[in-house]
Design a protein around this ligand. Structure first.
Ligand code: MRU
Length: 361
């Protein structure tokens, strides 16, 4: 499904993983090797790779690579299970807010015992575990395409009087934040493919500029018509331009529909409500955390102050200034029109019930 023209955050083949170093974009396009779980932890923590789904896939595949190269050190299936569990528990400490890595870790941990019930040969066991981990790649891509289809359909059906739509998004939720295509940016890509897109507006996304560095890079690369704004221009944009929907991604959606996403999302949702613009979250169900009832339970990551006070190593704030740099905020469910998932578009208050019934199937 992924062609060579597609930007790839992650390159993988059995035993070999590399990631596009997003800290170097847009100036340089450099892939760095990830040979171990430790390499992945550092790449995620420093944000060489970022975006909730990409974090999870990178983490899982780093473990697949490490397992592939260290097969000879295991003498029992139990020792493999212990190693995998320990490494996954380490990976989930790399960044706290997005749930996808935790969800991925749990999916693998839940598979360890059932697999050993059907496969007792040690090297076959390791091989099947690696195959299971590799499935994360295809699943993420398929989910994103489904999100794109559902999202584009819902937004177009809401706007039957306009064929060409202006959509506002925030942060980077495209091929660079996922295995490919993207979530919120995938919806925009799909609208463009359907000839329903006039302009993709996007914020530069201060303080770490995922918009101007990464979303800009993707939209230019894919020749999608766009206009970048500073985060502080969103109010005027909504007041003066026809904006037909705001679509953003998610790092964690709780059972009641509250959503953690890149800092600045909450203020866009308030502005959208004021201007009567539909506000959508686009996220795979791996971003939904039913163990947390509301957004108050989500841990918000604090990032180093230098990510706010400097750009490319050049200071842009007075030396010695004290700052507050939360990386995410919580948008309350009552500001959200719909949550676009790979299974359809759900209202926040029906999310838990729908998801529980999907998980039973
Ligand atoms: O700090 P980042 O760049 O990892 O934050 C990314 C976001 O907030 C995205 O919107 C979210 O992870 C969804 S990416 C498909």
């Amino acid at each position: 499904m992924q062609d060579d023209q597609t930007l790839k955050a992650i390159r993988y083949q059995r035993g070999s993983l590399s990631i596009l170093d997003q800290l170097k974009l847009p100036d340089q396009s450099i892939y760095i090797p990830i040979n171990s779980v430790d390499d992945a932890w550092k790449a995620i923590h420093t944000m060489s790779i970022r975006g909730a789904p990409a974090i999870a896939v990178c983490g899982v595949l780093s473990l697949a690579v490490e397992l592939y190269h260290s097969q000879s050190k295991f003498d029992t299936i139990a020792s493999v299970q212990q190693f995998v569990t320990d490494q996954l528990n380490y990976l989930i400490t790399s960044r706290p807010t997005a749930v996808n890595m935790t969800e991925g870790a749990q999916t693998i941990i839940d598979y360890l015992i059932p697999l050993s019930n059907k496969q007792q040969d040690l090297s076959q066991y390791i091989n099947e575990l690696i195959v299971f981990m590799e499935q994360f790649l295809e699943r993420d891509l398929a989910d994103n395409h489904a999100i794109g289809q559902y999202g584009a359909k819902a937004i177009s059906e809401n706007n039957t009087s306009h064929k060409k739509l202006n959509i506002l998004t925030h942060c980077n939720t495209g091929s660079l934040a996922t295995v490919g295509f993207g979530t919120a940016l995938g919806v925009i890509r799909q609208l463009q493919a359907n000839d329903n897109l006039e302009l993709a507006y996007f914020t530069e996304t201060r303080p770490y500029n995922q918009g101007s560095r990464l979303t800009a890079y993707e939209l230019v690369h894919d020749r999608i018509p766009h206009t970048m704004i500073c985060d502080s221009m969103a109010g005027l944009l909504m007041r003066t331009q026809p904006i037909h929907a705001v679509v953003v991604g998610a790092d964690r959606v709780t059972a009641n529909g509250d959503t953690a996403n890149k800092i600045g999302t909450y203020q866009l949702a308030i502005l959208a409500k004021h201007h009567k613009i539909p506000f959508y979250i686009a996220a795979p169900t791996t971003s939904i955390d039913l163990n947390k009832k509301t957004g108050d339970e989500i841990v918000i990551e604090q990032r180093p102050s230098k990510e706010m006070t400097s750009i490319k190593g050049v200071n842009i704030a007075a030396e010695g200034v004290q700052v507050w740099n939360p990386s995410f905020d919580i948008t309350p469910a009552n500001l959200i029109t719909g949550i676009i998932t790979e299974h359809g578009v759900f209202k926040p208050d029906e999310l838990e019930e729908k998801l529980l019934s999907l998980r039973k199937k």
